[in-house]
Design a protein around this ligand. Sequence first.
Ligand code: NAD
Length: 325
Amino acid sequence: MKTILISGGAGYLGTALTKELLKNYKVVVYDKLYFPWLLKNKNKIKFHSNLKFIKKNISEVDLSDFKNIDVVCDLNGISNDPSSELNSRHTWNINYKCRLKFAKLAKKSNVSRYIFNSTCSIYGFNKKTVTERSKKNPLSTYAKANYKAETEIMKLKDKKFKVNSLRNSTLFGFSNTMRLDLVINIFVYNLLKKKKIFIDGDGKQYRPFIAVNDIINVYKQIILKENMPSFICNLVSFNATIQSLAQNIKKILKAKDNQIEFNKKMVDKRNYKVGSKVFSKHFGKNFKFARFSTEIKLLKKQMKLNNIINNNQTIRMKFYKKILA
Ligand SMILES: NC(=O)c1ccc[n+]([C@@H]2O[C@H](COP(=O)([O-])OP(=O)(O)OC[C@H]3O[C@@H](n4cnc5c(N)ncnc54)[C@H](O)[C@@H]3O)[C@@H](O)[C@H]2O)c1
């Protein structure tokens, strides 16, 4: 049985990915455990005897952490633009320098594949639909550090050390380590709790999205197919304006007409669309993306069941403000 090390594996995406990979693999979660759901609930998780934790800062990594590891998934670091500006030196150190060091040690320890979780925000603002070869325009410290890390880590690839960089769109969907600072998640949450969806700006801005479940399927394919080459790939399920998203969510959850409120004083400048020239080559033309309506209904149901609340655990900016500012 392969052993997968997930760096940042106790976070939003990491928790969902860990639970799924445990069905077929041994999993080591390397994480500072800022968000402790996974550790606290370890014994409730199926196949938890296959799960181990290394509770460490990424800056403290050493060669012994990679003993018997076959594949590394790197989901670590400060995970959004506003939090990255709270302490830009810290972000540069963790998201670029430490993630690069992590990859170098993994290679030295004979790990055979390194899957780096990157971001579409490295493209910045662009009027055209961006693909992998489009000009990069990283604007925030988050985007700059992730792009630099991706560039340097890709240089490590060779026959024995495959590297895949996945440039994620904005994620949505349920995870036990929930994030409510992601637009679709907060729309569903606010509709549930406040019977309203709040939109910053006029809502005409386009953004790319992908479900957590889709990303998990991508990871599963890469890990399963040993001959999958090294590559960089944008991960996008659909592009939509914020306003159309809100309308769609309202319809799916059968909310009333007057439940969208605009805050036109707030300007959301992030406006871009993403496509991919390489996705279908590696994951097939018929890759089945999750159905939006199914994901939204599930998200509402799970948030209710798990009593998710808006606090400094579910909003990254609130959490990092406490420990970094
Ligand atoms: N969520 C999204 O919409 C999205 C979009 C594009 C890219 N990404 C990227 O995907 C990855 C995962 O995102 P997420 O939403 O799960 O983020 P997250 O904030 O939920 O998870 C990040 C994890 O990293 C850990 N961590 C942070 N700093 C650490 C440190 N110094 N040492 C050890 N552990 C540390 C945290 O404890 C947390 O568990 C991130 O790299 C993020 O930048 C996310």
